[in-house]
Design a binder for this molecule. Structure first.
Ligand code: ADP
Length: 616
């Protein structure tokens, strides 16, 4: 039997397994179930793909990413691994052809949507073929605590129980808190699984939060810093995708868009434009990106705050999959919290759940996750530490590679201001008002808005008692009091009102002081810590561009995205190693046997040309 390492080298051109991969494969090959929690980009798919090649029979991969199965299977064909998929996008003829192929042993891997498992046509075939493993991708979908609960994932153990012999069952996810992890093992009925957890940290990613007055200006600034690089801008709604995309195009950026309101055709075309590097910026809702393995995404900007840290880390994690330094920047404003609360309450998935208690509990959990997300967005301490702790990992106090660690803060006592804010909330409530954050800030700042006078809020004794501060400063202090849990937000009709907690009383009674950290100097450094080989010598940079141009030409000719041919990291390694023959080409990271045969000579042509030109 071949060794896993030699298959990794032969098919994928990778020299060694990464942390966790080997352990997962060894466990699978010894017949054990596996639960692997590894961050995006860690290389989860390799674990089940290499195992599938070594196991007899077929491996079924359950994946919720219907729109991307085709690409995943295509990427396997590129490296010479026989695979197929069945989901709702294929015709019944295609389905029967695939089912026939699987019975003749034509495929090692079969990707299936979870809804398909228990259908009669599929189950009948599955009961007849030798299935060695069922690999569950995005396994957190089985848990109601996870951010993408999918009812059909609960069919997986039922499916397993219907097979003649229960195969090995493996579960993979990038985001799992302790609760989700327990749910995965329980609901998938894993049998004494080998649990593999690699660290969540993605060292090459810079995490930043900015609270700009004008998000569009800020975004344009970020794009300018990242000129010519590929990036994704996530927006909360279709409408803001439209607006942001249009503004970027007007400013001369090659931007395209993606959201559920576009036709299938346009979505596919825009996605392809981005994958093929014809457009450098993708503006999208969270409908875009699940399973997208575009390796050279250099920045992910969130124009709006997402609903939870699970979504944030997953979306931001689409940057820098090639291991190169990349930026993940969140543009935050208080309004994002309101939009998300609204979306949670009206979520389609929640509405479809008939059991009222279950629905209520799902909504409450979503709101708790939103609170944690908001704490991240308003944090003044290390962002990476916040993320890692949220996912149950310990982390040092400072990473030196996030906007908080790169900002100097001064501790300021704001107990006096806090008392004024708290008494304003108290007095307003006593007078029968239900004030939002903005209205409270308006009253404290002595705003002259008509609505203040119409509601007689200017007659409150706390009206104007913080008039020396700007609305923005008062707003930030209110946020701080929410963060320190002196105030909480409670739903009231269509908005949220501020109310007091016992901690507020402690402040008024002088039993508690409030300090906050105010930024004093913002250092310029915003790029991820320099990767040792990030700065290419100019000589290599020119060669790199030539190699990219060839890759683009080949990708157009074959109708596959450029990174399906070679990743940027592979092209960089070519510049560094300068192979002169196919044997040396195989030493380049990411060049497997099939790809070396298919593309090696053409890339060698450019490398040789370049070397002889520069030695002339
Ligand atoms: P995940 O599913 O965990 O997000 P992928 O399986 O898509 O990650 O892998 C991410 C990237 O890492 C891919 O480009 C893949 O080719 C690369 N990769 C995976 N394993 C290795 C390895 N052992 N050495 C180098 N690169 C690897």
């Amino acid at each position: 039997m071949k060794e896993p390492e030699s298959l990794l080298q032969q098919y994928f051109g990778h020299a060694a397994f990464r942390i966790g991969q080997k352990k997962a494969i060894d466990a699978i090959l010894s017949g054990k179930d596996v639960l692997a929690v590894m961050p995006t980009g860690a290389g989860k798919s390799v674990c089940y793909q290499i195992s599938a090649l070594l196991l007899p029979g077929v491996t079924i991969v359950v994946s919720p990413l219907i729109s991307l199965m085709k690409d995943q299977v295509e990427a396997l064909h590129q490296v010479g691994i026989p695979a197929a998929y069945v989901n709702s996008s294929i015709t019944s003829e295609e389905f029967y052809a695939t089912m026939q192929g699987i019975q003749y042993g034509q495929y090692k891997l079969l990707y299936v949507a979870p809804e398909r498992l228990m259908t009669e046509g599929f189950l009948r075939v599955a009961q007849r073929i030798p299935i060695s493993m069922v690999a569950v991708d995005e396994a957190h979908c089985v848990s109601q605590w996870g951010q993408d609960f999918r009812q059909s994932y609960l069919d997986i153990p039922v499916f397993l129980s219907q097979l003649q012999k229960r195969p090995i069952c493996t579960a993979f996810t990038a985001t799992a808190t302790a609760q989700v992890e327990r749910d995965i093992a329980r609901f998938l009925q894993l049998r004494q699984p080998e649990t593999i957890k690699t660290g969540f940290d993605r060292k090459n990613l810079f995490f930043g939060v900015r609270t700009p007055r004008n998000k569009m200006e800020e975004l344009l600034g970020i794009l300018q810093e990242n000129h010519g690089k590929s990036g994704i801008v996530y927006c909360a709604t279709r409408k803001s995708v439209e607006e942001v995309c249009m503004a970027l195009c007007e400013n001369g950026y090659a931007a395209t868009r993606y959201h559920a309101g576009l036709s299938d055709r346009e979505r596919a075309r825009n996605q392809e434009d981005f994958l093929y590097d014809r457009k450098t910026v993708m503006v999208a809702t969270n409908a875009f990106g699940m399973g997208i393995d575009k390796s050279n995404v250099s920045f992910v900007v969130h124009y709006n705050m997402p609903k939870d840290l699970e979504s944030y880390y997953q979306e931001a994690g689409r940057a820098g999959r090639d291991g190169e330094p990349a930026q993940c920047i969140l543009l935050y404003s208080g309004r994002d919290v309101r939009t998300n609360t609204f979306l949670i309450e009206r979520s389609q998935e929640a509405a479809e759940i008939e059991d009222e208690d279950l629905r209520e509990s799902l909504i409450a959990k979503s709101k708790e996750r939103l609170k944690q997300m908001t704490f991240y967005a308003t944090s003044t301490t290390c962002l990476r530490q916040r993320l890692l702790r949220y996912f149950g990992e310990s982390a040092p106090d400072s990473c030196d590679n996030c906007s908080c660690c790169q900002t100097n803060y001064q501790k300021t006592d704001i107990t006096l201001e806090a008392k004024k804010i708290i008494s304003c909330v108290y007095r307003a409530q006593k007078a029968g008002y239900h004030l939002s954050r903005t209205m409270t800030a308006n009253v404290l700042g002595g705003s002259k808005r008509d609505v203040i006078q119409q509601m007689h809020l200017d007659s409150l004794s706390t009206y104007g008692i913080l008039q020396d501060l700007s609305q923005r400063e008062i707003g930030a202090m209110i946020e701080e009091l929410v963060r320190q849990e002196c105030l909480i937000l409670r739903d009231f009709h269509e908005y949220q009102e501020l109310t007091l907690t016992p901690k507020a009383a402690a402040v008024i009674r002088d039993e508690k002081t409030i300090t906050w950290r105010v930024p004093i100097i913002k250092k310029e450094k915003q790029i991820a810590k320099q990767h040792p080989d990030y700065e290419m010598p100019p000589e290599d940079a020119a060669l790199f561009q030539e190699l990219r141009a060839l890759r683009k030409k080949l990708s157009e000719r074959e109708g596959v995205p450029p990174f399906f041919i070679f990743s940027d990291a592979t092209l960089r390694d070519m510049c560094r190693k300068r192979p002169i023959n196919l044997h040396e080409m195989r030493q380049v990271a990411g060049v497997g046997v099939i790809k070396a045969q298919k593309y090696g000579r053409q890339f060698l042509g450019i490398l040789r040309n370049h070397t002889s030109k520069s030695s002339e």
